[in-house]
Design a protein around this ligand. Structure first.
Ligand SMILES: [Zn+2]
Length: 314
């Protein structure tokens, strides 16, 4: 069966890097750095263990070689002592050789010849320590080292993002790629912020311009009103009454009113302006004529007729 067709190559999920927030991406970078540290520590432990193993093996082999040499030496000494018929019990020698008479050599000669060899043999036995505590200790240490488990850091990492848990391979994370994505995201965010600010500024400007235009318009209408006011003087002669309340206007304080208010787009024309009493002018304020008449409970038709009679637009 072709591998990887039926099963995924890895049991890990792929992190949707492009979707993750900058905070989460930074967290992944931290996780990767921690993994790298743990991995380096693990590799250090393995290397250290290898070094120790080699050093113990060297010590053991030198101990073994040494023992081999001693063993050879003992064998040679035995060969040399053979003619003297030296008795041996275990590794212990019988110091006095059994002397055989009649070989042509005297006891003193035997002793003279054999004694140094016996001394050497004794010395060699003292040095020959097969399975000494030292070498068995080394062997035990070696075995311990070989069976000691080393745990590699887990590649499986978990991340929760928007109530979803991702199980991913932290070792497969490319930190540089994450940094690039973060930079892109931060750049984009900065651009969006700048654009938002520009938009706000443009709106503020537009609003300012509109306000300025409105103010200019109102100023112009009020300026115009002054000239129209002069033209209105005739009204006082023809009909010296307030067209709204029909009360006679005292000649000194007629108020020029915009029938359709300036703030609602009313113009300063002779057709839209009329002298009214102070009381009506103040009460009307920025109300439309209809709203004002209703508020005052005046008979609308009568007021309209009076205004039309004066040549006003209503
Ligand atoms: Zn009035």
């Amino acid at each position: 069966m072709p591998r990887g067709k039926r099963w995924p190559d890895t049991p890990y999920q792929k992190l949707p890097l492009e979707v993750l927030s900058v905070d989460v991406l930074n967290r992944v970078i931290d996780m990767r750095a921690e993994y790298d540290l743990a991995l380096r520590a693990y590799q250090g432990r393995i290397a250290q263990s290898e070094l120790e193993k080699k050093s113990i093996e060297r010590a053991l082999s030198s101990a073994d070689t040494h023992q081999d040499d001693v063993q050879n030496e003992i064998a040679q000494l035995y060969a040399q002592l053979a003619p003297f018929r030296v008795g041996v019990i275990g590794k212990w020698l019988l110091f006095e050789p059994t002397l055989t008479i009649g070989s042509g050599l005297g006891a003193a000669h035997y002793k003279l010849e054999a004694q140094p060899l016996i001394a050497k043999l004794n010395d060699a036995y003292r040095r020959w320590q097969p399975g000494t505590p030292k070498s068995s200790l080394l062997r035990q240490q070696l075995q311990d080292l070989e069976t000691k488990p080393h745990f590699a850091p887990k590649r499986e990492a978990k991340l929760r993002y928007q109530s979803q848990t991702f199980v991913f391979d932290i070792a497969a994370i490319d930190t540089e790629q994450l940094v690039r994505i973060i930079e892109k995201k931060e750049g984009k965010a900065a651009l969006e912020k700048a654009e938002e600010r520009n938009k706000h500024d443009r709106m503020q400007t537009a609003l300012g311009q509109t306000k300025a235009k409105a103010a200019a318009y109102e100023n112009k209408q009020r300026e115009l009103a002054k000239t129209v006011r002069a033209a209105l003087q005739r009204q006082l002669k023809d009909n010296p009454c307030c067209p709204y309340c029909n009360v006679e206007l005292s000649s000194k304080e007629p108020h020029a009113d915009h029938i359709h208010p300036i703030v609602k787009g009313g113009l300063s024309t002779i057709e839209n302006m009329v002298f009214v009493c102070e009381s009506c002018n103040v009460r009307k304020g920025t109300l439309t004529l209809r709203a004002f008449l209703r508020k005052m409970n005046y008979v609308e038709v009568e007021v309209y007729e009076r205004l039309e009679g004066m040549g006003k637009d209503i």
